[in-house]
Write a protein that binds this ligand. Structure first.
Ligand code: ATR
Length: 310
């Protein structure tokens, strides 16, 4: 079946985007633009390389140019917290922002997503959400049949994505959570926060001294071919894990996932997480149900080429 053609870009086309650095690997434009076209929406989704020191300027630009929404990826998710006018409970709970909704007041004075308004009058505010945290739990469940409750988990990475995943998994009731990060102090800080907020979880820093159900990579190491493995396999062999999840989805098979397969682990990349965080963002911006199957097919085509499933 052929895809509906996108509407031509005009002066009234609505805009959304993903910003990050690096950004050229992003499959989000393919996912969102296919979804907009499928629903006949006159919207477009762009990807922009934005350096962290320019994030505040970029947000101000989007605010004054009438952007409806922005997704944030490496390395912006933590930085954006203090740049928002309002934080949704999700961003507060999981300590990172990956979705921004631009809002203005409607005729009744109710703050409303800009994408739902015909005219933007008065000030525009930025409301930060976290749609990553729920997405990782759903993807672990669907792609690896992992139920976090009671599990032993090694999480690598304590940036925006790692932090959201760690807090959300703690909230799910994992039994033991090991946090490993290149900059140890960030893992220690996060562990202290989890110990305080989720006292039932046994949280530790460093590598496990036992087997685990899952290793999760939430670092950006693996995006570029020259990147080192995010874990020292001499110190912790992957054969000690049942499953390995890499939040990276391009390349679809990172060196970490290749090693994990060779070690007999079940594996999944971050495509499922990308899909569900994107679907939630789509619904926040448009107030329309996200066409999940269309979005998934667009991602598979974009990342695997031919459209066959993983
Ligand atoms: P995001 O918001 O997407 O999580 P981030 O906050 O910049 O992006 O976090 C990136 C994560 O990848 C961090 O955990 C980072 O480790 P540091 O805290 O030490 O910076 C990790 N990371 C990036 N490059 C890495 C590498 N080459 N090896 C190991 N970890 C790396």
């Amino acid at each position: 079946m052929s895809e509906p053609a996108p509407k031509p870009v005009t002066a009234s086309t609505r805009l959304a985007a993903v910003w990050g650095s690096p950004i050229r690997h992003s499959a989000s434009p393919a996912m969102h633009n296919t979804a907009f076209a499928a629903l006949g929406l006159d919207w477009r989704y762009l990807a922009c390389e934005v350096a962290p020191e320019r994030l505040a300027t970029a947000l101000e630009g989007a605010r004054v140019m009438g952007f409806c929404g922005v997704n944030l990826t490496v390395p912006h998710k933590r930085l954006a917290l203090e740049m928002m006018d309002e934080l949704d409970a999700s961003a507060r709970a999981w300590g990172a922002v990956n979705t921004v909704v631009f809002e203005a007041e409607n005729a009744e004075g109710v703050w409303t997503p800009v994408g739902l308004l015909r005219n933007i009058q008065g000030p525009v505010r930025m409301r930060g959400y976290n749609t990553d945290a729920d997405a990782i739990v759903r993807s672990l469940n669907e792609d690896l049949h992992i139920e976090p409750r009671g599990a032993r988990v090694l999480l690598i990475g304590a940036g925006g994505a790692g932090r959201a995943a760690a807090l959300r998994l703690a909230d799910e009731g994992v039994a033991t959570l090991w946090l490993q990060n290149r900059t140890e102090s960030k893992a220690e800080e996060l562990a202290a926060e989890i110990a305080e907020r989720f006292p039932a979880v046994d949280v530790r820093t460093g590598l496990p001294d036992t087997d685990v159900e899952i290793i999760l990579n939430a670092t950006s190491s693996g995006l570029k071919p020259e990147d080192p493995l995010p874990i020292d396999l001499g110190a912790y062999p992957l054969s000690r894990a049942d499953a390995v999840y890499d939040m990276i989805y391009r390349p679809a098979e990172t060196p970490l996932l290749r090693q994990a397969l060779e070690s007999g682990c079940r594996t999944a990349n971050g495509l499922g997480m990308l899909l569900y965080q994107g679907a939630a963002a789509f619904e926040l911006w448009t107030h329309r149900p996200a066409p999940i199957d269309v979005m998934r097919a667009a991602l598979v085509r974009e990342v695997y080429g031919s459209g066959e499933s993983r």
